[in-house]
Design a protein around this ligand. Structure first.
Ligand code: NDP
Length: 285
């Protein structure tokens, strides 16, 4: 028997397994492609040939696959007895409806279920830099806290099983524009002959300010207090709308500049120009 099973040995699953093994947990592994387990077996892990055997080996199984569909596909073929009384911690990313479906499946199997969303890169797993948002029964979390703390700092979102995944979706909504926005800036640098690494450094120096702005915006929006701006929606919007002219000057695609400009222009046109920049939320449904 082992203390924990890890199912899924992609980039993230392997990092999870490595963190458990390096921190002294007796770990069983299963992956569709067995060869990915070789290094981890050399580090002391046990390999199980089937998902059923892998689950049997430990009281708790951490799953990290590409999608909930993959997880359902693997678990639904097990006989009910194989999951009864076991704890499943799903760290695969998904959306709340995926989580609720899996939760129903787990209830039917008599298994305990925690759902988590990883906010980290694989290389951060097992360090103070990694965060995992978790939701589900606080009792089940209590019983598995020591194991999960070997991976990351835990951010418990509540008993509602789908909340961690909902929060992850919100974070992903933000990150999608971070990645696209960063590359939009790269294109502007290239069009003006600016070294992209200088741009990366400037954004990194700005990162703490953006952290403060996130807290500020969430406070302004949740309290509905948009009337005391340090920077108005019109000031920010005018700067952003000007990027359309810059794209025209340099021959860059107008797609990104026009997208952002359209939303800010709507904010100004609908009379929110004198309010906080966070008032842009008022024209986003
Ligand atoms: P990878 O593509 O590296 O690994 C995918 C894993 O899923 C592999 O173990 C693969 O098995 C398995 N898999 C895929 N399809 C099936 C299937 N039909 N049946 C059985 N197994 C299957 O992805 P990551 O490890 O990077 O990501 C895994 C999860 O972690 C995702 O939900 C991702 O969103 C999340 N995550 C990843 C982060 C990252 O930076 N990588 C950051 C935060 C979250 P096989 O090896 O056989 O192909």
């Amino acid at each position: 028997m082992s203390e924990v099973t890890v199912m899924g040995l992609g980039e993230m699953g392997s990092a999870i397994a490595r963190a458990f093994i390096d921190k002294g947990l007796k770990t069983t592994l299963w992956n569709r492609t067995k060869s990915k387990a070789s290094n981890l077996i050399e580090r002391g892990a046990i390999y199980a040939e089937t998902p059923g055997q892998a689950l049997k080996m430990s009281p708790v199984t951490v799953i990290c696959l590409s999608s909930y569909e993959d997880t359902n596909h693997i678990l639904k073929d097990l006989s009910p007895g194989e999951l009864e009384g076991k704890t499943i911690i799903q760290l695969t990313s998904g959306i709340p409806s995926d989580v609720r479906k899996l939760s129903n499946l787990m209830d039917g199997f008599g298994a305990k279920y925690l759902d988590g969303a990883i906010l980290a890169w694989p290389r951060q797993m097992g360090t103070d830099e990694a965060v995992i948002c978790l939701s589900g029964s606080s009792q089940v979390l209590k019983g598995n806290e020591d194991t999960l703390k070997k991976l990351a700092t835990l951010n418990y979102v509540g008993e509602d099983i789908s909340k961690a995944s909902a929060l992850f979706s919100a974070v992903l909504g933000y990150l999608s524009y971070h990645w696209i926005g960063f590359c939009h800036g790269v294109r502007i640098c290239e069009s003006e002959g600016i070294d992209v690494s200088l741009y990366g450094k400037v954004i990194s120096e700005l990162a703490p300010v953006l952290g403060v702005d996130s807290v500020h915006m969430s406070k302004v929006i949740s309290e509905g207090k948009f009337h005391n701006p340090e920077s108005t929606l019109k000031t920010a919007g005018t700067d952003i709308i000007r990027l359309v002219d810059h794209a025209k000057d340099t021959g860059l695609s107008l797609e990104m500049a026009e997208f952002a400009a359209r939303i800010f222009k709507r904010g100004i046109d609908q009379g929110h120009g004198a309010e906080e920049h966070a008032a842009i939320i008022k024209v986003m449904v």
